[in-house]
Design a protein around this ligand. Structure first.
Ligand SMILES: NC(=O)c1ccc[n+]([C@@H]2O[C@H](COP(=O)([O-])OP(=O)(O)OC[C@H]3O[C@@H](n4cnc5c(N)ncnc54)[C@H](O)[C@@H]3O)[C@@H](O)[C@H]2O)c1
Length: 354
């Protein structure tokens, strides 16, 4: 039997992974306890997505387990052992800002929860591929010290800089910068995933996401930038831009494109605990002001927003991922979804959910 274990299976990347692997595996086991509703309130609950997936896929088995609870996770790994061929670990406390409210909750979910999955994989299915969704926040605020120039609607890196053409690669230091509490819990997990690849010779891979996005996101003010922005564009709820004149730049990758990266890695895993930057790159990125323009165009509504000079502590001013390393390992992978297509899908999904 070929089984995929997906943690955070109700969430954006987890649910996309369930759908993606449903016709490629005999069974998909999802682990999610709707912790997102605890983090961001009932409107950010991901339970609706569990119900959608359960109706759609007969071979999907959702489990309401907390990833901090080693012994309940162990029942799954004990039962299915080496039939588990891939573990896609996406469950997390995902917000930069929320982590400061409860650092212990953040760290035990992000760091200890990841260690639980790594150790169970090592004990029960050591040949399985282990995918971890890390974040560009592991670089802390180091990108903010790049030479940036201010354009009409966005910050941009100087044309002569090596990162201008393709963005930031995996050589940027993750040390000695301001990460946020969230960034640190993800660093701990990121480095441990690498270590299980290097020390225990397992097939682990770290994908350091830029902004991950797509129609399944349950956007909230503190997490899920494009989804939440589009929600506000539709409802005309108030949106606040925090600092950097609204010109901060994010690269945005559609959840399907990211999970397709996982699939390419699964089919031909590179050894050594690989790390890949994984974002929209030069192909798909926008500033806050540019994203507002696109949302207004798609919805036909004028957005109700205001600006405050206080940027989020440690927030990036300009971040674009360089995917050259991944594409050199997997040259047949390419992006499928542009920013405009993704935002249109988000719009349509939010309208149908409403
Ligand atoms: N969305 C982004 O912009 C982004 C960017 C970079 C990295 N990432 C990382 O990618 C991963 C997936 O992000 P996402 O946007 O799909 O997040 P998400 O919040 O949509 O999904 C995560 C899911 O994990 C579940 N979960 C959280 N804590 C849990 C626990 N203790 N036990 C069981 N389930 C739990 C939540 O209920 C949620 O459904 C995360 O690791 C995140 O840090 C996300």
């Amino acid at each position: 039997m070929n089984i995929a274990v997906v943690s955070g299976s109700n969430g954006l990347i987890g649910s996309e992974s369930v759908s993606f692997f449903a016709d490629k595996m005999d069974m998909i086991i999802g682990i999610d306890n709707d912790q997102r509703a605890y983090f961001f309130g009932p409107s950010a609950s991901t339970k609706w997505n569990k119900d959608v997936l359960e109706k759609k896929y007969n071979n999907y088995k959702p489990l309401n387990y907390d990833i901090r609870d080693f012994s309940s996770l162990e029942t799954v790994f004990k039962q299915y052992g080496s039939d588990i061929k891939i573990v896609v670990h996406t469950a997390a406390q995902p917000s930069h800002d929320w982590a400061a409210k409860e650092p212990i909750t953040d760290f035990t979910i992000n760091a200890n929860g990841t260690l639980n999955f790594l150790e169970l994989t090592r004990l029960y299915c050591p040949k399985a591929v282990f995918i971890f969704t890390s974040t560009n926040k592991v670089y802390g605020d180091t990108p903010n010290f790049l030479p940036l120039v201010e354009l009409e609607k966005r910050w941009e890196i100087e044309k002569t800089h090596p990162y201008f053409e393709k963005g930031i690669d995996e050589h940027m230091s993750i040390d000695n910068s301001k990460h946020s509490v969230f960034g640190v819990s993800k660093v701990a997990a990121d480095v441990m995933v690498q270590e299980y690849g290097k020390y225990f010779d397992m097939n682990t891979a770290v994908f350091r996401g830029g902004c991950l996005t797509g129609p399944q996101h349950s956007g909230a003010q503190l997490h899920g930038f494009l989804s939440y922005l589009m929600k506000c564009a539709i409802t005309k709820d108030h949106y606040t831009i925090f600092g950097y004149k609204g010109k901060q730049v994010r690269d945005n990758i559609h959840a399907w494109d990211l999970v397709n990266m996982f699939w390419h890695f699964y089919q031909n895993p590179q050894s050594g605990g690989q790390v890949y930057n994984a974002g929209g790159g030069r192909f798909s990125n926008c500033s806050m002001l540019e994203a507002i323009d696109i949302c207004e165009e798609i919805t036909g509504n004028k957005m109700n927003y205001s600006y405050t000079d206080n940027n989020r502590s440690g927030d990036h001013i300009w971040y674009i991922s360089d995917l050259t390393k991944f594409q050199s390992h997997y040259p047949e992978w390419d992006y499928k979804y542009s920013l405009e297509t993704t935002l249109t899908q988000i719009f349509e999904n939010l309208k149908s959910r409403a």
